[in-house]
Design a protein around this ligand. Sequence first.
Ligand SMILES: Cc1cc2nc3c(=O)[nH]c(=O)nc-3n(C[C@H](O)[C@H](O)[C@H](O)COP(=O)(O)O)c2cc1C
Length: 325
Amino acid sequence: MSAALPSAVEQALAAAVRAPSPHNTQPWRFVVDGPQIEVWLDRNRVLTVADPAAREARLSCGAAVYNLVLMLRVNGFSAAARVLPDPAECDLLAVIRIDGDCGSSASDRRLAEAIFRRHTNRRPFSARPVSGPARSRLQSAALAAGGLLVFLDGSDRYAKVTTLVRRAEAVQAADAAFRTESAHWTGRAPESPDGVPTVAFGPPPEMPTVLPLRSSHENSALPSRPFEQDPSLAVVLTRDHGPAADVRAGLALQRVLLAATADGLATSCVSQAFETPGTRGPLLELFRGVGQPHTLVRIGHGLPVRTTSRRPVAEVTTVRDAPLR
Ligand SMILES: Cc1cc2nc3c(=O)[nH]c(=O)nc-3n(C[C@H](O)[C@H](O)[C@H](O)COP(=O)(O)O)c2cc1C
């Protein structure tokens, strides 16, 4: 990457790479081309066992796009993203065009401030429920980014979804290929620039839980702890489906995660049921008529944990043409 990138672009890229991704694979590449920033899917970083269709990878890139646009806006630039702009380039997931100046709102600034604090929390949450107003704010966040957020706790879908998560977790725990892939990306040292470090794992649950987190993200060296009995669980959906919807779901997911962080809420994604063929179909079927479900998010009150590292911006960015003047 050129050292001459204006600081607004540097900051926007630094924000983009803070996006979440499965196993912290960071499946993105950025190309700065004059007033445009392209976001490409990095096929070498797609999880071939857990995510063979690259659905979760596109979702992660969508989350990176959200951070990028938001950070440009709070730095005074108007920026708009086109999703999958070129039918001949299915891995060019978005192009962000930076056009002149604009002002940012207090809400943009509040969300942007959360970008560098947001993290996945795999520890037990307290029994304190997520309040009604907080739920409404998260639902509005999803809507504002073109998605939908539906809370499942208190609905008759809750037991069905959590049953599918438990079934998928058992299937993956018994799948050697899944375990090998997972082991490759997890259990890393604290400063590892990618993958999930052991310090980001949670303790083993004291008793089997209604919503098992990934056992591959569990630190068996920690004493077991009781997890919340009825975790708040929400699903991120889009009205349509397909690769562009995957990217848009990432925008919505990221806005929800940032709004949750800004509200002092802890979150973790729960993806097992999307990843095994025997549970994915029934999961999609449960939301027929509502939308395409993309990811489940556990939301609650928990103590903050440390953030994980990322590869440096320079490693994931190419400058094709003189950047933004
Ligand atoms: C599409 C997607 C699916 C994910 N699924 C899970 C999951 O099932 N279990 C989990 O513990 N974390 C999951 N994560 C969280 C990532 O592991 C996490 O974002 C990554 O390790 C980086 O850490 P951070 O979120 O703390 O920055 C998922 C993230 C994304 C974007």
